[in-house]
Write a protein that binds this ligand. Structure first.
Ligand code: SF4
Ligand code: MG
Length: 338
């Protein structure tokens, strides 16, 4: 396994108290696999990624438990120096906002080239040639000229391609993309997502795609992990999840995206807001918003139940499915109220 996150816990101390931003999260990413991590803002999806990358220091978060095994090594036991060696070279991250991630006073050629100079000991000239190659590869027109331009001279979509090129430069085994297309126009979003998926397949990288948008993951991800209030509430192969969600929260998310096959059906909106992480409700953290909630939901925290192949849902396999809902069966078979 390329990456195994086991029972990860991250806390932040805030004025309101201790926020359990990541509360016992486990997931795996195999070589060449794309895992989509889905959730609203504050669900813990980005914080988990920052813990994996070892960049949790702003704002001050503490890892209070768990393991992060990357190619068998527990990253949480490595020295900062060793982690720095892994960052960029073996795992890289793509952020939502390229403009603030790129250095405004360096040309993109210098920024891309620097990766090769610093990590691969290349001459400036060779590094520049590699930068042009990379820009070409992410389909930036006239790369040989544009390599001398500064980040602000590119459109948002082109800047995001440059971010992808930077992440890919050293051929890492794992890429974490945190809302990589959220800041872009819808048409550009699709192009950038397609490019990322294509490169992921070509280089057989593991990819963690963090998003709040269930619409973007269907064609790209192999598996999906849905997060809510610092926990994973559902995990499944992406097509199984689309066909029949086993958690009411996932079902709410699915019902709230426009789908061609549901033409004419009114879009649904999950009522209410996610809880503050310093005041997570007892029992199932989703219960105040859940249309299927029963008394037990207000007192008993649901574990991540193994989801077996669903009868009425007609799923061929229950392989690797989990749901943190006491009534996952009803949800899967679509018999719960909404
Ligand atoms: Fe809803 Fe209860 Fe399931 Fe939580 S455990 S998602 S409240 S039905
Ligand atoms: Mg985020």
């Amino acid at each position: 396994m390329l990456l195994e996150v086991r029972d990860l816990r991250v806390e932040f101390t805030t004025r309101e108290g201790v926020a359990k931003a990541v509360n016992g999260v486990s997931y795996e990413v195999a070589e060449g696999e794309t895992l989509a991590v889905l959730g609203e803002s504050g669900s813990g999806k980005s914080v988990t990624a920052q813990a994996i990358m070892g960049i949790l220091d702003v704002p001050p978060g503490r890892i209070t438990g768990g393991e992060i095994l990357f190619q068998g090594r527990d990253l949480l036991r490595l020295k900062e120096e060793e982690r720095r060696g892994i960052r960029g070279a073996e795992m890289a991250m793509i952020f939502q906002d390229a403009l603030s991630s790129l250095n405004p006073v360096l040309t993109v050629g210098d920024q891309l080239g620097e990766m090769f100079v610093v990590h691969r000991g290349m001459s400036k000239k060779d590094a520049r040639a590699r930068a042009v190659e990379l820009m070409d590869r992410v389909r930036i027109p006239a790369a040989a000229q544009r390599v001398r331009d500064y980040p602000h001279q590119f459109s948002g979509g082109m800047r995001q391609r440059i971010m992808i090129a930077m992440a890919l430069a050293l051929r890492p085994a794992l890429i974490i993309a945190d809302e990589p297309t959220t800041a872009l126009d819808v048409t550009v979003q699709a192009q950038v997502m397609d490019l990322l998926a294509e490169l992921q397949r070509e280089y057989r990288m593991g990819l963690i795609l963090i998003t709040h948008d269930l619409g973007v993951v269907a064609d790209v991800a192999d598996r999906i992990a849905v997060m809510y209030a610092g926990r994973i509430v559902e995990t499944a192969p992406v097509h199984d999840l689309y066909k029949a969600p086993a958690h009411p929260y996932t079902r709410g998310l699915l019902d709230s995206i426009p789908r061609l096959d549901h033409k004419g059906r009114e879009l649904y909106a999950i009522k209410g807001l996610p809880p503050s992480l310093t005041a997570v409700p007892p029992g199932c953290p989703f219960h105040p918003r859940c249309p299927m909630a029963q008394d037990v939901c207000r007192t008993d925290v649901p574990p991540l139940y193994a989801v077996e192949p669903g009868g009425a849902a007609g799923l061929a396999t229950g392989e690797g499915r989990g749901s943190a809902c006491h009534f996952w069966r009803d949800c899967l078979e679509g018999t719960g109220s909404r």
